[in-house]
Design a protein around this ligand. Sequence first.
Ligand code: ZN
Length: 681
Amino acid sequence: MKNRVLSIVGILIALQCLSNSVFVEHKILVLDAFNVIEQQIPKKSKEISKDRTVKYFGKYHPMPIVNVKPEGWLKEILTRQKDGLGIHHAESGYPFNTCLWAGTIPTLKNVHTPSWWPYEQCAYMVDGLYRCGLAIGDTVLTNLGQRNHDFILNNPQDNGQLGLSLINNTQWPFTVFVRSLMANYDASHNPAILDALTKHFLSLHNDKWDGRDVCIIESMCWTYSHTKDKRLLAKAEHIWADFQTQKSKTGTVFKLANMINSDSVHGHGVTCAELGKQPAILYLYTGKEVYKKAAEGFFKALIRDHMLVDGVPSSALTEMENLGGKHAESPHETCDIIDYSWSMGYLLQATGNSDWGDKIERCIFNAGFGAISKDFRSLQYFSSPNQIIAASKNPISAKEHLEYGDRWAYRPGGEPACCSGNVHRMFPNFLSGLWLSDNENGIVASQYAPNVLHAKVGKNQVDATVSELTNYPFYGKIVFKLNVSKATKFPFTFRIPEWAEGATYSINNGKSIEVKAGGFHTINQVFKSGDEIVLNLPLQVKKETPVAGGVSLTRGPLLFSLNIKEDAKPISYQLKTSANFPAWEIKPATAWNYTLSLKDMFEKSDIKVVESKLSGFPFDTDNSPIKLIVQGKPILKWNSTKVSPSLPNADFETGEAQSLELVPSGSTRLRLSIFPIELGK
Ligand SMILES: [Zn+2]
């Protein structure tokens, strides 16, 4: 009976979306919508903005995603994304089996969720898939994005607002969607996008701005940066000022004075990641120090109180999806991996502090890869640095209709569906953040991965291509090969991570020059085609103590975890699964309850870094080219049926020492990354 009801719902969805697609096609065929919108914009708005310049106060500028092409492992994961849940996004279930933003998303009967939910979820999906398409040149995905963009641009409301009137009560879903329009503009330079967005922003109300609605500031400032229409910047500042007057729980956390003081932060993980960056964005265009200090102070507190060892703040322990402190058993929501790393990019642009780049890498390489199956056919909603089961009953109670299964299970889709959409933004956003530009026509290598950059450099805006050849983060050697249409002087800046003591670089096989760890280094000279810069970042194994009584090992940006072998079975009791896209119940097939003999290990240097030649995809489970062999002992009475067990008391008994194999955390689905410390060690 249940299945029958579901299939009827499926048919209704298909019919409704079909009618929407026909409608969309009709509109595209009959109207040249871009011209129509162009005519609707009063000439005055363009005249007002004439002769005005946009001052930019950030240290670095973002690089359009179309300028950076992935290579190596990064191209592989983006291709797996496309071939996996990208093209097959309907496998993630409702609302991704609908028309997305190209029409009205049907509601599910008997499931009472806020009406904006499916629009938020589909906005994540459209943004992620469109950017993935741009990244790897896949027209199926870019056409999907374009179809959604066209529908929204072609169907403004009478007052100029974009998006359907049924979600008029919140700007949050549109805030998410507009990021894909921003990417479209980067690729197309279509002025209709700027005109339509200007009309939209100017039509918005003036007061009672609160919660995630305030995040519309991001795209408002972005549009200002392209149109020079100062009304948008004024409105963005006004929205933040109005938010400051709100007496809600969220409003209190984001009072500027509290942010600057790094007062303790509480609230929803996504809300904090998204709202915390807004003052940094306002700083980029106003230069007001108070905004920059607020964003820095806020994230300092967030990191101080909630950062987990795999690079993402916790966002569920006692309260669903809320910041949950630093505990060995703390998990995070997958949305936070994406939103947090996206926010860090703005902090980096505003401050030029290389630490934000370190944090983005740590987040993506560890928590990011850890939350997905490496074939990009399933993902987790919640994930943890210590995760010994990925299917057991969720220990946090949830409303029944929201919980089709366990949020720790790897599955193609779940409820709520936010993470299933948002996960598609992870690698495209990481790609676009690899490079920045500076205020002197130079380029900045901000994070590292194999890619090719195309940019204009120097005073005369000469065409330049930089091929970044590397197998980072597994190896520390990064080679930049330059090709310029004409020899020209420009600053070439690269990041030296905080952990990279003894880092060196050389130009054209010249003298090796040591550079200080923890900052950006600039070479400002005339570059010609064929020039080569080789950067060597020493990857040393380091010991960290992320929680009381626990210890972790890192090597550069990679966190290392016990390689727990999987007993993995496809599960059929969840709704959003199919034969080709199963959900998984994963239990440990080998022991996980170990302590590391750390003191001995570090004194005797009996840790072995085993390097093998990179073959295939280095984040595939059991295919890492780097492994650590360390000494450890089983903890005799440490048992648990939980996803993420509490650490035992320090007076635990141990068995015989043995060699353990640790692998990059991101390559695992079951892992122990925080090891209990034995008393007296
Ligand atoms: Zn989510």
